[in-house]
Structures are given as structure tokens and as C-alpha cells.
Design a protein around this ligand. Structure first.
Ligand code: SAM
Length: 250
């Protein structure tokens, strides 16, 4: 099953943001999983596991993982829950990496990869028992509209869980985080490749701009307005990451 099945890149004119996302991630898949862990000092896999632990689904259920990239969350969901997963992403190269890694992990009968846009999902209302998304909302034109679109495809009572970078609250940590994301990340990326340098340069401003526009409290409000109830957040690693989860209203 682990092959790319969907083609949903037929929007009339992709926005500048969409074009930028595809360009940004095209050169990363072969090193993505290891680099993500290294650049976050081992925290990113821990955050991902914490997020997947919030996915409430039975074995045999159907989960959608949006912005699946190379499928790390999708594989973790399968291993932890026994559900079947559809992994959707905008960048074909990332999905090709996901197909290869999923085959290598022997999980290719449980994950289907779909090329598509999380802002316009190619699925009917209330298709999935649960939905996950990781590092997505900073890349979309309309985060509130995207949350409504994600909620649309979940069955009533189904869970939605998200992992995103965060901004530490205490001033000293915030200053260190800013320094690391603005200076450390691009410097480390430069050592690896041009693509990682571009990502390193992009990430710091992308994270802080997102929180300037949508502080955590406002994000939780957007979840509620999208029809997700019992919304909670767990800030991790001194504020470097945050897991948000909730349940679709019945
Ligand atoms: C930082 S990667 C995260 C990948 C994966 N979720 C993980 O945790 O490893 C962000 C991913 O979001 C995808 N993406 C960005 N905007 C998207 C959109 N509108 N719809 C679907 N995927 C999108 C990118 O192509 C990229 O693969």
C-alpha cells in the first residue's frame, strides 16, 4: 500500500507560500529524519511520540496524518495503535522518502501516501477516526481555515493531535532559543547542504512570526472554533515544542 496514490496539486494557481514549501522541502528527504533529531538535540522524536500518545483510535481504525513528510508520525501511529494511516503531503520528494522508509520498516501494507494539500483535503466529511498533523500551520495561508478543513474530515468524537515548535516563555530561555534558531540552525544547516542551510535560515523567523500572529491561547481558540472540544496543550522541553490535542464535537 505504501505508494503515492493521490494527485491533488491541481489548484488553479499555487500561492507563493505553497510554491515556497515545495521548493524548501524538495532537497531534504534522504537526511530529514536524522537531521530533525540532531538539530533538536534529540527532542523532536520525543515530542512526536508524546503527540502520537494523544491519538485515541482503536486497532483497525483509520487515521489521517497531514504534512506527513517522510511518514515518521504515520509509522509511529501504526506501531502504537494498529490503525491504518493515510499520510498526505504537498511535497512529492518527501513522500517518496516516506514510501521507501515505510517499506524498509515493513509497514507498507498499513500506510497509504497521498500527494495533496492540507488546506483542501481530497476526502469526504467525517472519513477518519483520528487526525494528526506536525509542523503544518506555519506553512499555510490561513491557519484558522486549515483547522476547520482538518476537523471537517474527522468523525464526531474522533481525536485530533498536533505537534509544533513553540517559543519559551522565560526571558533567558527565549533569548537562547532565538539565538539558536536564528544563528545556530543556519550554521549547522550550512555544514550539511544548501537545502538544510535554507531550512535553517527559514525556521527561526517562521516560528517567531507564527507566535507573534497566533499566540498559544489564540491557537487553542481557533481549534475550538473549528469544532474541536476539550482542547489541551502540553508545552515541552522548556518551551521548545508544544503538543495540542482535542476531540471533535459530537
Ligand atoms: C517540517 S516537515 C514535517 C514533516 C512531518 N510531519 C514530520 O514531523 O517529520 C513539514 C511538512 O509539511 C508539508 N506541508 C507544508 N504545507 C503543506 C500543506 N499545505 N499541505 C500538506 N503538506 C504541507 C511539507 O511538504 C513538509 O513535508
Amino acid at each position: 500500500m505504501a505508494r503515492i496514490v493521490g494527485m491533488r496539486l491541481d489548484a488553479p494557481t499555487p500561492s507563493d507560500r505553497t510554491t515556497h514549501v515545495r521548493r524548501l522541502f524538495a532537497g531534504l528527504p534522504s537526511t530529514y529524519d536524522r537531521m530533525g533529531a540532531a538539530l533538536s538535540f534529540g527532542q523532536d522524536p520525543r515530542w512526536r511520540r508524546a503527540m502520537v500518545a494523544k491519538v485515541d483510535v482503536e486497532a483497525g481504525g483509520l487515521v489521517l496524518d497531514v504534512a506527513t513528510g517522510t511518514g515518521m508520525v504515520a509509522r509511529e501511529v501504526v506501531r502504537r495503535t494498529g490503525a491504518t494511516v493515510v499520510g498526505l503531503d504537498l511535497t512529492e520528494d518527501m513522500l517518496r522518502g516516506g514510501v521507501a522508509e515505510t517499506r524498509a520498516a515493513g509497514l507498507d501494507d498499513t500506510i497509504r501516501f497521498v500527494l495533496g494539500d492540507g488546506q483542501r483535503l481530497p476526502f469526504a466529511d467525517e472519513t477518519f477516526d483520528a487526525l494528526t498533523f506536525t509542523y503544518l500551520l506555519r506553512y499555510v495561508d490561513d491557519p484558522a481555515g486549515t483547522l476547520r478543513e482538518l476537523a471537517r474530515v474527522i468523525k464526531p468524537g474522533g481525536s485530533m493531535a498536533n505537534l509544533e515548535f513553540h517559543m519559551p516563555e522565560p526571558k533567558p530561555w527565549r533569548a537562547l532559543w532565538r539565538l539558536y534558531t536564528r544563528v545556530g540552525l543556519p550554521a549547522a544547516g550550512r555544514v550539511v547542504s544548501r537545502s538544510w542551510f535554507d531550512v535553517g535560515r527559514f525556521l527561526g523567523p517562521s516560528i517567531s512570526d507564527f507566535y507573534d500572529r497566533h499566540p498559544l491561547g489564540e491557537q487553542l481558540g481557533m481549534w475550538r472554533r473549528a469544532g474541536i472540544g476539550d482542547v489541551r496543550a502540553h508545552v515541552m522541553s522548556l518551551g521548545g515544542g508544544v503538543v495540542i490535542w482535542g476531540t471533535k464535537d459530537g
